[in-house]
Design a protein around this ligand. Structure first.
Ligand code: LFR
Length: 460
């Protein structure tokens, strides 16, 4: 994305879009990180000249390891790979939930970096770089760990914002592989001369942004007050509120809420909801049929009939999603969806219910009043999901911007140059310049209450 930012101006221009396809090799699921980097270089080559700076963000938790010469050791493994099966349970039993949560404030997800590292061979590793830090390293030669993304590793101390020596040593991890931390808005370095020559951007500076995509997306939520919940909705739905301080209560830990680091030292208090992954995997199983037509059909089938608990970890790995959805319904004694439109409706109804639960719990556990839900990211294009989320939550949903992550990324760069104001001003700029849509609850609260009560009973 190329962007133009100034007083009253916030424009994005898509330069290059490419798929990010995992590859299974010898039974392990990898990211094609060189393919991604090659596309980054192609994107820079196609970008206009005279850029002020560039910022890198990506999904969280995954990493590459460098050897003593700075070369990549092996291909980064996908967080959905099965190498972490059983690892989280073992570490939780060894270290204890309370200690892990009090130290890192992180929700228990089997793929958190901490559990991946425990399943990895670190014998030759000298440096650990999270994916955006790895890309920034290849671009500039500079090593570091951007804080918002580092907060998803499970190794960052939620109180001090520094690597937790205590956790690192308890887990027997080599502390020396953890790079120095850096904050969004700080310069990383200029493009290496060879990269500059190859892309045609001599001297272009790479600036740290909220390199966790969700941190950047939340920074671009067009909220006018602090009484909002957000849903950063794409492959995942990240659902929560923004706070000044972490919530580390037992109730919060049991509800599996996370305290991730946001831009400007804010806390992203949220839970990971399975998200549109459920739909994406259905589409993949069906050979990628036309989505708008399928959604239109799904809007017409009766709702709240087949329901799944979107938080079921059984949905995490890739594989036949329609079959897993149907089996889950049957296990619950609910009618399994018949055909594609019913499956899509089941997934979207269930996601809306998971959104509702997370919004209400985030508000209750943090004490934050919520009077509007901002749904940002690719999912904000899905009108049916937006309406169902408004209906389920009983709150108005403001949908958009679609490219919240890219906007949050460029706003952090613009702020570093004095071309944009603080978080509140940046958000006002997003609200004033980006197309947004409002969905109001359609008033069948009793049906949604009944469906939520049904799902509150754990599946056998
Ligand atoms: C969203 C996201 C989530 C993170 C998941 C895995 O793209 O970054 O915030 O939990 O991907 O990294």
């Amino acid at each position: 994305m190329a962007a133009r930012v100034g007083p009253g101006t916030l424009e994005l221009d898509e330069i290059r879009r490419f798929p990010n396809r995992p590859v299974r090799v010898n039974g392990t699921l990898y990211w094609d990180v060189l393919g991604l980097y090659g596309n980054v270089l192609d994107g820079l080559r196609s970008a206009p000249s005279g850029l002020a700076s560039v910022g890198v963000d990506s999904w969280a938790v995954d990493y590459g390891l460098l050897d003593g010469n700075g070369a990549l050791l092996g291909n980064p493994v996908h967080y959905r790979d099965s190498r972490t099966d059983g690892v989280m349970e073992r570490i939780r039993a060894d270290v204890g939930d309370d200690l892990l949560y009090q130290a890192s404030g992180l929700q228990f997800l089997p793929f958190n970096t901490i559990y991946q590292l425990a399943a990895d061979d670190l014998s030759r590793a000298r440096t650990l770089l999270l994916i955006p830090d790895l890309i920034a390293y290849w671009l500039t030669g500079e090593i570091g760990a951007e804080r918002t993304n580092a907060s998803t590793t499970g190794l960052l101390d939620v109180h001090t914002g520094t690597w937790s020596g205590d956790l690192v040593s308890r887990l027997g991890l080599p502390a020396s592989i953890l790079p120095p931390l850096r904050d969004p808005g700080t310069p990383i370095g200029a493009l290496r001369p060879d990269v500059a020559a190859e892309t045609g951007h001599p001297g272009l500076e790479v600036v740290a942004v909220g390199s966790h995509d969700t941190a950047s997306a939340v920074a671009a939520v067009p909220a006018a007050t602090d009484r909002f919940a957000y849903i950063s909705c794409g492959t995942w739905s990240l659902v929560g509120v923004e706070l000044d301080a972490p919530v580390l209560t037992e109730a919060s830990r049991k509800a599996n809420f996370t305290n991730e680091g946001g831009v400007d030292g804010t806390v992203r208090y949220l839970r990971n909801v399975m998200g549109l992954w459920l739909l994406q995997e259905c589409l993949r199983a069906w050979g990628d049929p036309d989505l708008p037509a399928l959604l239109a059909e799904a809007a017409r089938v009766p709702g709240l009939r087949s329901l799944i608990d979107a938080g079921d970890p059984g949905f995490l790995p890739p594989g036949d999603m329609p079959a897993r959805v149907a089996a889950h319904c049957r296990r619950r004694g609910l009618p399994a969806p018949e055909g594609r439109a019913e499956t899509v409706r089941c997934v979207l109804d269930s996601l809306a219910l998971a959104h509702r639960a997370a919004i209400r719990q985030a508000a209750a556990l943090s004490g934050r009043d919520v009077d509007v839900v901002h749904l940002v990211g690719g999912g904000s294009r899905n009108e049916l999901l937006c309406q169902l989320t408004a209906d389920a939550s009983g709150l108005p949903v403001v949908a958009g911007p679609v490219e919240a992550t890219a906007l949050g990324n460029v706003l952090a760069q613009a702020r570093a140059r004095g071309a944009a104001g603080g978080l509140a001003e940046s958000r006002a700029l997003v609200a004033a310049t980006q197309p947004l849509r409002r969905f109001v609850p359609s008033g069948d609260a009793a049906r949604w209450d009944a469906a939520a009560a049904l799902l509150a009973v754990p599946a056998p």
